[in-house]
Ligand binder design. Structure first.
Ligand SMILES: Cc1ncc(COP(=O)(O)O)c(C=O)c1O
Length: 399
């Protein structure tokens, strides 16, 4: 008889994003608009700092919470931008990517039976962690509020069992950033209830229409708030595994234990390189944003021509158009778009069932790939609608 493994793990699905991108090798020449991997190289000075660290054998373990110099640099960088102050010694931990922060926070605070509120559709990384802790995800449907969590609706979901409210701002998959007035209202509600707040702000550097608004700017939340930042997206350093977690000292001293028994520390050469990212040439995110803004304009125009409706994305690098008009699931849509037209997008249901009826398009891809991808998606959409081909057969022009 096979030995039993933890049924909570057995029941955990593979990420829907990976399910789609794993299909790509079977489709050579397909346009890949699935992954949240910026197509830019990491900044040159950061790469050089990593080379130096390796050359000088600065490659051993660091302190569990990360190099003190890096914690100081990161706390100064984000604090100045977003209006908060965290003590680098006691309120800042460097983790293996933003994912390491999510895991350490949720495993530290969640107990079996706790409720964790998540606004949906949302990135697929939180729900498995909530369930593995024996806690229960409670969904806040944001589809009728342009993917922005409404403060009154949130308050109605809070019960004595609510342990944490999670945000992802700007959002993957919708690309929507929470505007200032909504942040104020959410902060008001959260100030009234004794719950933890976890805001995954990994895309904070990628906002296009207005500056990023951080829950860190609300002192009333401070002793219950955790903020996740990191270099994966802003500096195109996904494989370097640098996440930055800020939170209140009283809880961070426990979080660092969970992090330590899992990872010991974030990769040390990456930590030395990260110091450069936060203190050296710091315009890398702005440079990438200029390209994203142009690509977004192109994408929105292309989707408009396809007659697909969309909530305007204001951050991250994702577009989340509706495909509700078609009588197929988003997964069928995504698989068929890949198999029939060679364009890969992610089905909305990968972001909880509340994402059904949408697909996520990543525009962290070159303009050339985007153009090709949109041409193919357009062809697929016209085919699904049963439109007659719009191109006039050549023969009509022949004498
Ligand atoms: C919302 C969100 N949080 C966290 C992550 C993971 O970040 P990291 O690679 O730094 O672990 C991702 C990656 O796509 C993401 O979209």
């Amino acid at each position: 008889m096979a030995l039993r493994i933890n049924p909570l793990v057995e029941g955990t699905p593979l990420s829907g994003i990976r399910q789609m991108s794993n299909r790509l090798p079977a489709h050579p020449g397909a346009v890949n608009l699935t992954v949240g991997q910026p197509d830019f190289p990491p900044p040159d000075d950061v790469k050089e700092a990593a080379r130096q660290a390796i050359g000088q054998r600065m490659t051993g373990y660091s302190m569990n919470a990360g190099l003190q110099e890096l914690r100081e640099a990161a706390a100064a960088y984000y604090g100045k931008k977003y209006g908060f102050r965290y003590d680098p010694a006691t309120e800042t931990v460097i983790t293996a990517g933003g994912s390491g922060s999510m895991d350490a926070v949720l495993r530290t605070i969640l107990e079996p039976g706790d409720e964790a509120i998540i606004p949906v559709p949302i990135y697929a990384g939180y729900e498995p962690l909530i369930r593995l802790a024996g806690a229960i995800p409670v969904y806040q449907d944001t589809r009728r509020t342009r993917f922005i969590p409404d403060a009154d609706a949130l308050e109605k979901l809070i019960t004595p069992k609510t342990k944490v409210v999670i945000f992802n701002n700007p959002s993957n998959p919708t690309g929507v950033a929470i505007p200032k007035d909504q942040m104020d209202r959410l902060a008001e509600v959260l100030a009234r209830h004794q719950v933890y707040i976890l805001s995954d702000d990994i895309y904070s550097e990628n906002t296009f229409d207005a500056p990023h608004q951080s829950f860190g700017a609300y002192p009333a939340l401070r002793d219950r708030l955790f903020l996740i930042h990191g270099l994966s997206k802003s500096h195109s350093m996904t494989g370097w595994r640098i996440g930055v977690l800020f939170g209140p000292a009283a809880v961070m001293k426990h979080i660092v234990k969970v992090h330590a028994y899992n990872a010991i520390c974030a990769p040390t050469p990456s930590q030395y390189a990260a110091i450069e990212a936060y203190t050296g040439t710091t315009d890398a995110p702005e440079k990438m944003n200029r390209a994203y803004i142009k690509r977004r304009a192109f994408l929105l125009e292309a989707l408009k021509e396809m007659n697909l409706s969309i909530v305007r994305p204001t951050g991250a690098f994702y577009a989340f158009p509706s495909i509700e008009e078609f009588p197929i699931t988003s997964k069928e849509f995504a698989i068929r778009a890949l198999e029939e037209e060679g364009v890969a997008v992610v089905h909305g249901s990968a972001f909880t069932m509340y994402g059904e009826g949408h697909v996520r398009i990543s525009y962290a891809a070159s303009r050339e790939q985007l153009e090709k991808g949109m041409e193919r998606l357009g062809r697929f959409v016209r085919k699904l609608r049963g439109d007659t081909p719009t191109t006039v057969p050549d023969t009509l022009f022949k004498e």
